[in-house]
Write a protein that binds this ligand. Structure first.
Ligand code: URA
Length: 248
């Protein structure tokens, strides 16, 4: 099977998963599946809302845009993280960003404000983006693998990741960035479905849903081990080169 066909099959599976999550049980004959931002469809799809009247309720087959996806998460109780959270931390930034940063999950400050990377690690991430890459933080998109804070900042459990992953997949399909940066071991291993250590993953290009992905160390790790900033800068320079940004 060619890479394009595999990517198409993966996108189709993710789309069907999304439809199921949205409450769609059947697709009536003659209703075309809306175009997603999948690997096989170049360019960005910011939601051609396609509705079908299924009798009592109207379901949105496309999942719409990021706003609609966020609304679909409102009041989410798909996993136990719902119990301890203050806010769902969906994501923030430019819906058409060329680069998406993916972290692990919200911390205490993120949970309080409902925004990703707004604590100490967030300040360092902002520096990486604004001082390192020399682009405004608002021009990139930032989100996490799980959208609710794990208690005591523990790692998310596999079933929690599984409950959230269709939302992350759809989020990335909608933004359709040129590059993803996975921040830290957890995000990198989750997105790449591997147990390979971050020390071996970082610095090399991988792929998530057909999009080039660069793993690097998590900003929180850099706060504890500033010596690793050199490696992160090397990784970010590769990202900048891929985006056609000058780093010298
Ligand atoms: N760490 C993360 O992985 N995500 C955040 O949003 C904040 C800290």
């Amino acid at each position: 099977m060619s890479q394009a066909v595999r990517a198409l099959a993966r996108d189709l599976a993710a789309h069907v998963e999304w439809l199921a999550l949205s409450g769609v049980e059947a697709i009536p004959e003659g209703v075309a599946l809306p175009r997603g931002g999948g690997a096989a469809s170049p360019g960005r799809d910011h939601g051609e809302a396609s509705r079908v009247d299924s009798g009592e309720a109207k379901h949105d087959l496309s999942g719409g845009d990021l706003g609609e996806l966020q609304r679909a998460l409102a009041g989410c109780e798909r996993c136990r993280l719902a119990r301890g959270r203050t806010h769902i931390v969906f994501g923030t930034g430019d819906p058409q960003a060329r680069v998406v940063f993916v972290g692990e999950g919200p911390g205490q400050e993120e949970d309080r404000q409902g925004l990703p990377f707004v604590g100490a690690a967030g300040a360092l991430l902002t520096d990486i983006i604004e001082k390192g890459m020399r682009v405004p933080r608002s021009s990139v998109y930032i989100c996490n693998v799980v959208k609710c804070r794990p208690p005591g900042n523990r790692n998310p459990e596999p079933d929690e990741v599984e409950a959230c992953s269709p939302f992350l997949a759809r989020q990335i399909d909608l933004v359709r960035p040129d590059v993803i940066v996975a921040l830290g071991k957890f995000a990198a291993q989750t997105l790449l479905e591997t147990a390979t250590p971050i020390t071996q993953l970082r610095g090399r290009w991988h792929e998530y849903r057909g999009i080039p992905l660069m793993p690097t160390f998590h900003p929180a790790h850099l706060l504890r081990n500033p010596a690793f900033k050199r490696e992160v800068w090397e990784d970010i320079k590769q990202v900048m080169a891929r985006l056609g940004l000058r780093s010298g």
